[in-house]
Design a protein around this ligand. Structure first.
Ligand SMILES: [Fe+2]
Length: 300
């Protein structure tokens, strides 16, 4: 296998309230949600996301993965805005995306299928599965990507996720397909597999059936993913699937501003069916450009 470069971004949290239907703001849950979203929007900037999209276009990776939380309150104007932004940069065969908890923030958005309606071009089912169901599956000349949905509607202030038994079955079936065998296999999802008990409110943010997912990956063994990527916690972190050499990588937010937390995207360099290096591309607020860095954040 020649060298392949896979880009990964997540958690853009685009907020767009103007034009949303009034009834969406009538219930009590929305008061808290809107206040939270407005406070959050000061730290998550669409212009930084636009700069990231320019940087990604320049980097010209072989494929790009997006692990959700593209929007903030799951309002139609938010989905329209993000669709317009990514549609300019990504032909359908170049990007694969799955939803995060914010993309499913409201029950009516889920019932209306807003996320899937706006992003269907980037949610392929290349391995012949049921078109309406997750996981999505991308097969390219050298890559086999399975994308789970962990998004479920939750009460305000909760950000938990769930895979569910049906997806676990389909995940296993996907990785056992013949197309998966000689390609570099990637699993993508929004929520982290591993809990972070030291993190404030971790129990309100975690993937509730992470243990069942990990058990399924153990069961797959050699047939399972060679790289797992996710977002959700807005900081870069490299981990390992317990008891295996399989790397798990969490990417930082793609739109976050401020000195302590900068926007980032990752590029995974794959050689000989292995993750050979991770490049972090970190936003420089002075120039608006993304600086290519090593895993420790040092410029290359
Ligand atoms: Fe999230």
């Amino acid at each position: 296998m020649n060298e392949r470069r896979i880009a990964h971004f997540s958690d853009t949290h685009v907020l767009a309230i103007r034009g949303a239907r009034a009834r969406q703001f009538l219930s009590k849950r929305w008061t808290g949600a809107v206040n939270l979203a407005l406070a959050r929007s000061r730290h998550y900037r669409v212009e930084i996301f636009e700069q990231l999209l320019c940087a990604l276009a320049e980097a010209a990776p072989d494929h790009t993965l997006c692990t959700g939380d593209l929007v903030n309150l799951a309002l139609e104007p938010e989905f329209e805005r993000v669709h317009a932004l990514i549609d300019e940069v990504f032909p359908r065969e170049t990007l694969t995306l799955v939803p995060g908890n914010h993309d499913y923030y409201a029950k009516d958005a889920v019932a209306d299928g807003l996320f899937e309606r706006h992003f269907a071009p980037w949610q392929p089912h290349d391995a012949g599965q049921d078109d309406a169901a997750y996981p999505v599956c991308r097969v390219t000349d050298e890559l086999f990507v399975v994308g789970l949905s962990t998004a479920i509607p939750t009460p305000v202030f909760m950000a938990t996720g769930q895979v569910g038994p049906d997806q676990l079955e389909r995940l296993e079936a996907a990785f056992r397909r013949p197309e998966a065998k000689h390609r570099f296999r990637v699993l993508m999802l929004h929520h982290p597999l591993l809990p972070e008990p030291a993190r404030p409110m971790d129990s309100m943010r975690r993937l509730m059936d992470a243990e069942a997912l990990i058990a399924r990956l153990w069961k797959l063994g050699e047939r399972g993913p060679q790289l797992v990527v996710h977002g959700h916690n807005h900081e870069f972190k490299r981990m390992q699937l317990p008891g295996t050499p399989v790397p798990i990588v969490q990417v930082a937010s793609a739109s976050r501003s401020g000195k302590a937390h900068r926007a980032e995207f990752n590029i995974y360099v794959v050689r000989d069916q292995q993750l050979a290096a991770i490049e972090r591309h970190i936003h420089d607020p002075e120039t608006g450009r993304f600086v290519r860095c090593d895993e420790l954040g040092q410029p290359l």
